[in-house]
Design a protein around this ligand. Structure first.
Ligand SMILES: [Zn+2]
Length: 821
């Protein structure tokens, strides 16, 4: 399907003004499709040939100002329109697909009770598979929506929905919205409502999650209410969209989507099993993030997708800034150091890196690839630096001016920076050029008594860094030096000496690859366990993991550091992050499935598990971490038989994590998986079982999983992802060898049976990441040379190939010394 280009969007926005969409959806037409009628009232500035976007199963009829438009002219999702200057009414009726890929109107059947749930995801370019529209962010219009649904269902949307007769719902007229903001959520959802400061708050989830939603309702409402108070204070504009619903929906692709008035979240955020506090903290941040979008993204929307940082970087920054103040969770910046920042720094070193702002997305489909660690984490880190550079008063005053000036409209990078200048900001041009318009991360190194900055050769730029350097001589004392580094070097108060640590950016404030001096590296394994600040430990692991990926530190050194750090690590985030990284990269990509190394990591996680307080989040994180990294441990089979460590609750998720681990090492059978599925008939159970089956080291299991990934259009997005996750395991490399070639032969064919997000994500997850050989790289390059490869898939393959090249370099380096040369 053709994707709208920025030039086409510009031309259409110049010619058209859209006033109103009146939409009628009949969602009671069976499992495959729904009926959609869109009446669009709009005006053309002059006579123009243009088109309306519509991607139906079948286009039933179209009338422009009462005259029939030939439906046979529909091509590639576009129905051509020849317009005179002046007012027009276009009425388009179509049968639209109910989808299983998380886009358009997604339909899911809950295996626990057979209930059907629908939700709308119009994001990016999916709106035309819900209703005919001029689908681009800067053609905002008012919406009136009516819905027919099976009786007994609940219907929600961007505005208040009222049931006017059994199964018939009318939604009140909206303020001007972009087409990608539209959602309708429909099904026998379980709902809880409250009110705060005159705003009706609703939370919703499937019936089978009702007791879990009820249990967490206070926590979710409390964060929501306090974040509203905080945003009202910071932005000076009241929440503009009426009621505020948060619907936890099945098989959702992203974490959440900021539909005005009706945010959709993945329903794994309704916790049916015990979770470490880090996951509650993460959910609070997602709630706060989506709320920020009500202002940044929804009230003021980027003109085109190349400015999506105006949405995402802001929401990300506000979530990390605010969550500690509006929730009990104080570990946001720890999470940032361990997870988010790593995501972005890795992306910023790839050939596919792009500037935070003005990413140059030529069409909507390409923009999807830029919803990455750069648009989120790097943008947030840049805003954190900008706030420090401007001072919070000017920072917030600029934001308020920007939001006031463009409410219900669209804006660009220049508009926002204009607002900051009006608020008193000076000398912004060079800052914007270096941080937002130029990609790449500087490297900061301790060299003698100086901290030096090296810009990547391809992306030289003026990037000032504000950061803290921490000096840790022997003992527990430390000293900090704050540095504003505008040039390429700054003097340090201390010289590196034996036994001491010098940690640049100990507060994790800037955006850079950090490299330590030789003395610091030598002392690190002996000292890391006594560093009290978890953000500093996160910053250290960021630097160590980055240097390892660049083959500058040996895997042996990292194993030693893990052995020193993990047994005394106090943050569940750190245990999760490091065990996941060890499993995926260190043990699988870099060490090629080496059994002895895996046993070493498993032994230290087990040590942490043994000393964690019974029933604590740390114990849970360590247990999950152990299941992630162990292979063939003698204690794990007992966990399912009632011999788990005291305090560890073997609830559904913990049982599945254990069984997945056992399946992977060949210590569980297909029968064990089916037995577990009979215990847990939920949607999550079905997904876990799929992952377990794909994890078995048996050729039939692998063959079945592969067939599902490559050819089964009937699988939901979550089933496909689970099969991919279970399939590739470094320890199964002999069994999987034939599939390396098959991936490159077959992956492009999945774009014939799936679309958008799902294709790109499958391309990423199904990639043979552990086949780190030059032959794999050559084969990948041949695939990338095929110009017909869809852009999302191309990006996934290119990035995974870049990771392979790094893995090959790491494997080729001699593991004898700490430092590699
Ligand atoms: Zn967002």
């Amino acid at each position: 399907m053709r994707s709208l280009t920025v030039e086409e969007a510009r031309l259409r926005a110049e010619s058209l003004r859209v006033d109103r969409y009146t939409i009628d959806l009949d969602l009671d037409r069976g499992p495959d499709l729904f009926a959609s009628r869109a009446e669009i009232t709009f005006a053309a500035a002059s006579a123009v040939d243009t088109f309306v976007d519509v991607k139906p199963t079948q286009l039933t009829s179209a009338y422009l100002d009462g005259a029939e438009v030939a439906v046979a002219d529909l091509e590639d999702g576009r129905l051509p329109l020849r317009l005179d200057a002046g007012q027009h009414v276009l009425i388009v009726q179509a049968d639209m697909p109910l989808r299983n890929d998380g886009e358009g109107i997604h339909r899911a059947v809950d295996p626990a009770d057979g209930n059907t749930y629908l939700y709308g995801m119009s994001f990016l370019d999916a709106a035309p598979s819900v209703f005919a529209c001029f689908d681009q962010p800067d053609l905002k219009a008012r919406f009136r929506i009516s819905v027919t649904a099976p009786t007994g269902w609940t219907v929600l949307g961007n505005t208040r929905a009222t049931q006017v007769s059994p199964g018939r719902w009318e939604l009140s007229e909206s303020v001007p919205l972009s087409t990608y903001h539209l959602t309708v959520v429909a099904g026998p959802y379980h709902s809880v409502t409250r009110e705060h400061d005159g705003i009706l708050l609703g939370i919703h989830a499937a019936q089978s999650l009702a007791e879990h939603l009820d249990k967490d309702a206070d926590e979710i409402f409390d964060v929501t209410a306090r974040a509203f108070d905080e945003y009202h204070r910071l932005f000076g504009i009241r929440y503009p969209f009426g009621d505020y619903h948060q619907a936890f929906v099945p098989e959702f692709n992203a974490g959440a989507m900021e539909n005005p008035g009706c945010v959709t979240f993945r329903d794994s955020m309704v916790f049916r099993s015990q979770v470490p506090d880090s996951e509650r903290s993460d959910r609070a941040r997602v709630i706060v993030h989506e709320m920020a979008h009500m202002w940044f993204g929804d009230l003021v929307t980027m003109r085109w997708w190349d400015d999506l940082w105006l949405n995402e970087s802001f929401a990300e920054y506000m979530a990390y800034r605010l969550t500690g103040a509006v929730s009990p969770f104080q570990d946001s910046w720890v999470d940032f150091a361990y997870f988010r920042k790593r995501w972005g720094l890795v992306a910023d070193q790839r050939p596919s890196t792009h500037p935070v702002a003005g990413n140059g997305a030529p069409d909507a489909e390409t923009a999807l690839s830029d919803f990455d660690g750069i648009s989120y984490a790097k943008g947030a880190a840049a805003l954190k630096q900008l706030k420090a550079f401007l001072g919070d008063d000017i920072f917030l005053e600029g934001v308020r001016r920007h939001l006031r000036a463009h409410s219900y409209g669209n804006a660009t990078l220049d508009d926002l920076f204009g607002a900051w200048q009006d608020a008193g900001a000076k000398d912004l041009d060079r800052w914007v050029e270096g941080w937002l318009r130029t990609p790449g991360a500087d490297t900061l190194r301790v060299q003698g008594g100086r901290l030096t900055r090296t810009a990547p050769a391809e992306y030289p730029a003026h990037r000032p860094h504000g950061l803290t350097v921490r000096h840790l001589p022997t003992g527990t004392e430390h000293q900090d030096q704050h540095i504003e580094m505008a040039g390429d070097s700054a003097r340090l108060t201390w010289q590196p000496t034996a036994g001491t640590l010098i940690i640049p950016d100990a507060g994790d404030d800037t955006w850079a690859n950090v490299r330590y001096d030789e003395y610091t590296l030598a002392a690190l394994p002996g000292r890391i366990g006594s560093i009290a600040d978890p953000v500093t430990r996160g910053a250290i692991w960021l630097a160590v993991r980055d240097a390892t990926a660049d083959a500058e530190l040996s895997c042996e050194f990292v194993l030693t550091l893990l052995e020193a750090a993990l047994p005394v690590e106090t943050e569940d985030i750190a245990i999760q992050s490091l065990s996941g990284w060890a499993d995926n990269l260190l043990l699988s990509q870099y060490l090629g499935g080496d059994r002895q190394s895996r046993d070493r990591v498993a032994a230290v996680v087990e040590k942490r598990l043994a000393t964690a307080s019974p029933g604590s989040g740390l114990q849970l994180a360590a247990a999950l971490g152990f299941a992630t990294v162990q292979s063939g441990s003698s204690i794990l089979p007992g966990w399912l038989a009632g011999e788990a460590p005291p305090g560890l609750v073997m609830d559904a998720e913990m049982r599945w994590a254990t069984l997945t681990s056992l399946a992977r090492s060949g210590a569980a059978s297909l029968d064990d998986i089916e037995a577990e599925l009979r215990r847990d008939t939920s949607a999550q159970g079905v997904i876990h079982a799929a992952r377990c089956r794909a994890s078995l080291p048996e050729s039939e299991a692998k063959q079945a999983a592969w067939q599902g990934i490559m050819t089964n259009a009937g699988l939901s997005n979550y089933e496909v992802f689970a099969l991919c996750e279970g399939f590739w395991r470094a320890e199964h490399s002999d069994l999987l060898e034939p599939y390396v070639e098959r991936y490159f032969d077959e992956i492009a064919t999945t774009s014939a049976i799936r679309t958008g997000w799902l294709v790109a994500e499958t391309g990423r997850l199904a990639f043979p990441a552990y086949a780190a050989t030059e032959a794999t790289v050559d084969r990948a390059e041949r695939l990338l040379a095929d110009a017909s490869l869809p852009s999302g898939l191309r990006r996934s393959v290119a990035d995974a190939t870049d990771d392979l090249r790094r893995a090959i370099r790491v494997r080729a380096a001699k593991p004898a010394s700490r430092l590699m040369s």
